[in-house]
Design a protein around this ligand. Structure first.
Ligand code: ACO
Length: 330
């Protein structure tokens, strides 16, 4: 296919996968000192999907979501020129997850690599793929976010174990010269200490109790909360100014599903009605880089997006600290 080299990619297929096992707030209250009331009020989460041990791996969830996205796009997988999988919790260091996805969906012509940008991973992978499309290097791309956070969750720490869930989501992008697209990505490495998970193999490191604890998600929840409610509205405003679009013109603000109160605060700061901020956190918890594509899949299935005529902002934030925002028609 010949085309102008100034084409960003339109989302033409979406898919997602959630493990069958559901853990409710009441289930958690049997493990740690918490309650359905506390979790619901502070986070908006009622339940989360938890991977079944040795059945749902990050690879298997990424593959399931990718297969559905490719089927939804209805294209010959051999047209896909690029696969990027975002994950901060891969079950293998290599082969890269994207190569496993490539084999599973028979996208034999695709180049493959993974992105680890914690919770902002999917949007980071999406922006990366958009630039490959824009350069003319590929015409179709498959972008996946897949996470198995429960493997890295300390189920004795009530400050973190209530938040996270597992799952995967994927999108197929097709170069389209008509598409509106803009993006901003930011990072503040000097503020990285508030959110850490130090899983690693390193010579000379003793496997002490402290070491084992550092291999779980360690988080200063309030600091992360304050960072999100300050920086997310700021980056969205900057993006809209850059693109010359007003917040009123945006149909949906599709935010990383980390905490209902964060989303409510962003809506308030942007002076936009909460109805423009779709949420599924009640059912999924925070699935990190999978949260936005899982939500996109739900929105396409119920008809809120998919005709290419909705103006949407996607924005995510997380460990690093990293945050980003994308404006696109969807
Ligand atoms: N159940 C009951 N009580 C609890 C629980 C719980 N699950 N967790 C904490 N508490 C207690 C605390 O011990 C504290 O008690 P104290 O006052 O006696 O000391 C009290 O509740 C208040 O604790 P805070 O930490 O101040 O609670 P907060 O309102 O900040 O809510 C939360 C905590 C939900 C973690 C919130 O800070 C948050 O959502 N932060 C953002 C986290 C986030 O989004 N992280 C993901 C980023 S993305 C990524 O890359 C992974």
């Amino acid at each position: 296919m010949s085309r102008s080299i100034s084409s960003y990619g339109r989302v033409i297929g979406i898919g997602s996968y959630l493990p069958k096992n559901i853990m409710t707030n009441d289930d958690l209250a049997k493990i740690v000192e918490t309650s359905d009331e506390w979790i619901t009020e502070r986070t908006g989460i009622k339940q989360r999907h938890i991977s079944e041990a040795l059945v749902d791996t990050t690879e298997s969830m990424a593959v399931e979501a990718a297969k559905k996205a490719v089927a939804d796009a209805g294209i010959d997988p051999l047209k896909i020129g690029l696969i990027v999988v975002a994950s901060t919790t891969p079950n293998v260091l290599f082969p890269v997850l994207s190569a496993t996805v490539q084999a599973a969906v028979n996208a034999d012509n695709a180049m493959c690599f993974d992105v680890n940008a914690a919770c902002p991973g999917f949007v980071t992978a999406f922006v990366t793929a958009q630039n490959y499309l824009k350069s003319g290097m590929v015409d179709y791309a498959l972008v996946v976010g897949a996470e198995n956070l429960s493997n890295y969750t300390d189920f004795t720490d009530r400050g973190t174990c209530i938040l996270f869930g597992d799952g995967a989501g994927a999108c197929v992008l097709q170069a389209d010269p008509e598409l509106r697209y803009d993006a901003i990505m930011r990072a503040a490495g000097k503020r990285r200490e508030c959110l850490r998970c130090e899983t690693y193999m390193q010579k000379g490191v003793e496997k002490t109790e402290e070491f084992l604890k550092s291999n779980y998600i360690n988080m200063d929840g309030q600091t992360v909360f304050k960072f999100a409610v300050t920086e997310v509205p700021r980056i969205i405003e900057d993006l809209l100014n850059k693109a010359g679009v007003s917040a009123d013109e945006v149909d949906y603000f599709i935010l990383h599903q980390a905490n209902r109160r964060i989303i409510e605060s962003v809506a308030k700061r942007l002076k936009q009605p909460l109805e423009k901020f779709p949420m599924n956190i009640e059912k999924t918890g925070n699935t990190s880089s999978a949260s936005i594509p899982i939500l996109l899949d739900e929105m396409k299935k119920d008809g809120r997006i998919g005709d290419g005529k909705k103006k949407a902002v996607m924005s995510s934030f997380g460990a690093g600290l990293l945050w980003n925002a994308v404006l696109t028609d969807i």
